[in-house]
Design a binder for this molecule. Structure first.
Ligand SMILES: [Zn+2]
Length: 107
């Protein structure tokens, strides 16, 4: 099964106001067969968030997390090289700690 941004787009919503994101506002950070990491900026509430989408037996699951990082900063953070899902998880953990455990939101 092909896994692309098109397939997961319907899953991507703002963790705060639940508004669907405009495709143009989504920055793809990393992608592999099962996991995708995205940075989003909500037009409605202005909140930036990181969204991780993973594909499992139960289908696609999305996990949204608020972030203070702007999209350019995130790109820098991730660098220009391809990032593995493990790396994305590390970033996830780092940001979680960085935020002191707040700003986490399950969608
Ligand atoms: Zn929003």
């Amino acid at each position: 099964m092909e896994h692309s941004l098109e397939n997961i787009k319907p899953l991507i919503r703002c963790p705060v106001c639940q508004k669907k994101y405009e495709p143009g506002k989504v920055v793809l950070l990393s992608e592999d067969d099962r996991k995708t990491a995205l940075h989003l900026t909500c037009e409605a509430c202005g909140i930036s968030s990181l969204v991780f989408v993973s594909l499992g037996k139960m289908g696609a699951v999305s996990f949204g997390m608020l972030t203070d990082l702007e999209r350019e900063e995130v790109k820098e953070f991730y660098g220009s090289e391809a990032v593995s899902a493990d790396d994305a998880l590390e970033v996830h953990r780092f940001l979680k700690d960085f935020r002191g455990g707040i700003g986490e939101c399950l969608s």
